[in-house]
Design a protein around this ligand. Structure first.
Ligand code: X5A
Ligand code: ZN
Length: 557
C-alpha cells in the first residue's frame, strides 16, 4: 500500500493581479517548485499520482453557505478592479478569475485523497494544493484561504465513510481559526493547532487562539491550541509539543483518520513564521503521526512561503509517508523556556479533558518516587536493539540511506560487505545470538507473580547469586530492605540473560523506594558487562547517578 500525491496544474493559474505586499507571497511558484523538487528526488515517481477533481457544490456545502459559494462562483466573470474591491472585504485575501476553479480543485484534491485512503487504494498521501484552506470560514474567505479544504474533507469522511473520530493536526505556523470555528462544538473531530501567537500580537490576533480555548459544549477538550509566544522555535520545541501534548491526547482519542493541515511556514527561512525547525523535522513529525489511525494520514498543503524551505519540507514529508527512514535532526535538542511554558499552559488547560495529561506538570511533587508503597517497573532491553557498535548507516549526498542502492551494483556490494563485517564484529564482541530465543521476560517478586501475562512472555524464576546481589546492593541504603534485595537479584538475573543473548527484552518490578538505586545498579552492571552504549530513560522524577564517569557510554533522561 503506497502513497498518493494529488495535484492539478490548473491550481497554478490563480495569482495576485495588483500590488499587495501582504498577499504576494502566496504565488503559483509555491506549487511548481515543490513539485519539481519531488520529481528531481524521484519521490513523485514513487507515489500514486492522482489528478485533482473539482469539489461539487454539495461537497462545498458541507462547510460553506450556499450564498458564499454563489458569490465565489460569480467572481469568475469579474474584472480586475471589481476583484480587488471584493478582496478588500476580507482579511488578507485576493481573488483572480481562476480562483473559484482553483479553490474547487483544492477542496476536490483533499476529498480524493481521503477517498483513496479510506478505500484502501493507498495508505497515506499528500494533496499539493492552492489556495490553502484552514483560515476560511462558513461564509468568509480569510488569510489566502477560500474553501476550507481540510474541514470539507473531514465532514466528507464522516458523511460518506461513516467515520466517528478524526484528528486534524495543523502544523501551519498560523492558527487555523476557520477549522476551529467549524468543529468547536464537535467531539468527533479533534483539532490540534500550534501557531505563532506572541501573546496575541501576531496575525490573526485572536483571543481564541490561546491555550485556554478548548472547544465548547460537547466539544470541550476537542480543540487543542498551542500558542508559541516567541519566534525561533525549532526541532526540539516541535518534537516536545508532539511528545508532551499532541501524542498523549491523540492516542487517548484514538482517531480513525489523521488529516494534516500541512503548512510549511513553520519551517526555517519562512518570512511569516520566523521559526527555526529544519525540513527534516517534518519527516519525524510525519513518522510520529503514522503511529495513529493505522497510518491513515492525509496531508493537505496550507502555507509555506520560502520556496526552498517549502520544497525541502514537502520532500521530507513525502519521504516519511513513503516509509523511508527520517534523517537525524541537527542542533541541540533542548526546547526553549518559552516553548515549555506554552506546553505547560496547554497541559493545564486540557488536563480536565484528557487523562493522559493529568499527571503532567506534577512531577517532582512526590507522586513517583517518595512513598515507597507501590511498585515501579524497570524495562530492560537487549543491546542489539540499539545496535551498539554499528556505525551510522552510510548516506548518499542527498541523505538517502544506503539500502536504496541498487542491489548488485558495486557500491551496494561494498556497503553490504561493510554492514556484514560490522555486524559480525558486534556479535563477536558481545557473544550474542542475533535473535534471542525469548522475546520478552518478566522478573516479578511474590505479590506480583500472580499477574496474568501474555502466553509468549516468560516469567523468569531465577535470581543472581546472593553474594553478588549483596555486593551490588551494599552502597545503597534503599536496597537494604529484603523486598528490594530480592527484586534486585531478579533484575540482575534478567539483565544477565539479556546480555547473554537469551532474552531480548524484559520488565522487572521493584519497590518504588528502591527504583532509583536498582536502576543505578542496573546501569553499572550493564556497563561492567561490556555494553557499548546505554540509554537510560526515566519516566517521572529520577536523578542520574552522580558518580558515573562521563565517557559517552551512558545517556540519560
Ligand atoms: C495559509 C496561510 C497566512 C495568511 C497571513 C496573512 N495564510 N498575513 O499561511
Ligand atoms: Zn500559514
Amino acid at each position: 500500500m503506497g502513497t498518493a500525491l494529488v495535484y492539478h496544474e490548473d491550481m497554478t493559474a490563480a495569482r495576485l493581479l495588483w500590488d499587495d505586499p501582504e498577499c504576494e507571497i502566496e504565488c503559483p511558484e509555491r506549487l511548481t517548485t515543490a513539485l519539481e523538487r519531488l520529481q528531481q528526488r524521484g519521490l513523485e515517481q514513487r507515489c500514486l499520482r492522482l489528478a485533482a477533481r473539482e469539489a461539487s457544490e454539495a461537497e462545498l456545502g458541507l462547510v460553506h453557505s450556499p450564498e458564499y459559494v454563489a458569490l465565489l462562483q460569480g467572481t469568475q466573470a469579474l474584472g480586475t478592479g471589481e476583484l480587488q474591491t471584493l478582496s478588500g472585504q476580507y482579511d488578507a485575501v485576493y481573488f483572480h478569475p481562476s480562483t473559484f476553479h482553483c479553490a474547487r480543485l483544492a477542496a476536490g484534491a483533499a476529498l480524493q485523497l481521503v477517498d483513496a485512503v479510506l478505500a484502501g487504494a493507498v495508505r497515506n498521501g499528500l494533496a499539493l494544493v492552492r489556495p490553502p484552506g484552514h483560515h476560511s470560514q462558513r461564509a468568509a474567505a480569510n488569510g489566502f484561504c477560500v474553501f476550507n479544504n481540510v474541514a470539507i474533507a473531514a465532514k466528507h469522511a464522516q458523511r460518506q465513510h461513516g467515520l466517528h473520530r478524526i484528528l486534524i493536526v495543523d502544523w501551519d505556523v498560523h492558527h487555523g481559526q476557520g477549522i476551529q470555528y467549524i468543529f468547536e462544538d464537535d467531539p468527533s473531530v479533534l483539532y490540534f493547532s500550534w501557531h505563532r501567537y506572541e501573546h496575541g500580537r501576531f496575525w490573526p490576533y485572536l483571543r481564541e487562539s490561546d491555550a485556554d480555548a478548548v472547544g465548547q459544549g460537547p466539544g470541550l477538550g476537542f480543540t487543542v491550541n498551542l500558542p508559541w509566544n516567541q519566534v525561533g522555535m525549532g526541532n526540539a520545541d516541535y518534537v516536545a509539543a508532539f511528545l508532551h501534548v499532541l501524542l498523549p491526547v491523540a492516542f487517548e482519542f484514538n482517531p480513525e483518520l489523521v488529516l494534516v493541515s500541512a503548512g510549511f511556514d513553520s519551517a526555517i527561512g519562512d518570512p511569516e513564521g520566523q521559526m527555526q525547525a529544519t525540513p527534516e523535522c517534518f519527516a519525524h513529525l510525519t513518522q510520529l503521526l503514522q503511529m495513529l489511525a493505522g497510518g491513515r494520514v492525509c496531508a493537505v498543503l496550507e502555507g509555506g512561503y520560502h520556496l526552498e524551505s517549502l520544497s525541502q519540507s514537502v520532500c521530507m514529508m513525502v519521504q516519511a509517508l513513503l516509509g523511508d527512514p527520517a534523517p537525524p535532526l541537527s542542533g541541540p535538542m533542548v526546547p526553549h523556556a518559552s516553548a515549555l511554558e506554552s506546553i505547560q499552559s496547554v497541559q493545564v488547560a486540557q488536563a480536565p479533558h484528557w487523562m493522559s495529561l493529568q499527571q503532567q506538570g506534577q512531577r517532582g511533587l512526590g507522586r513517583d518516587g517518595a512513598s515507597g508503597s507501590h511498585a515501579v517497573a524497570v524495562t530492560l532491553n537487549h543491546p542489539l536493539g540499539v545496535a551498539p557498535v554499528l556505525s551510522p548507516c552510510p548516506r548518499s549526498p542527498e541523505g538517502r540511506p544506503s539500502p536504496l542502492l541498487l542491489p548488485g551494483g558495486p557500491e551496494f556490494k561494498a556497503a553490504a560487505t561493510q554492514d556484514v563485517a560490522a555486524l559480525s564484529s558486534l556479535l563477536d564482541q558481545l557473544r550474542l545470538n542475533p535473535t534471542p530465543p525469548v522475546r520478552t521476560a518478566v522478573a516479578l517478586t511474590a505479590p506480583d507473580a500472580a499477574l496474568a501475562l501474555p502466553s509468549d512472555v516468560l516469567c523468569e524464576e531465577g535470581s543472581a547469586p546472593q553474594e553478588e546481589t549483596q555486593a551490588w546492593a551494599r552502597p545503597h541504603e534503599a536496597l537494604a530492605q529484603d523486598r528490594a534485595l530480592t527484586a534486585l537479584g531478579k533484575v540482575l538475573y534478567l539483565l544477565d540473560r539479556i546480555l547473554d543473548g537469551q532474552v531480548s527484552s524484559g520488565i522487572a518490578v521493584t519497590p518504588a523506594s528502591a527504583a532509583a538505586a536498582t536502576l543505578d545498579v542496573a546501569i553499572r552492571c550493564g556497563l561492567s558487562h561490556g555494553a557499548q552504549r546505554l540509554l537510560c530513560l526515566a519516566v517521572g522524577q529520577l536523578d542520574r547517578p552522580p558518580d558515573l564517569t562521563d565517557d559517552g557510554r551512558l545517556e540519560g533522561f
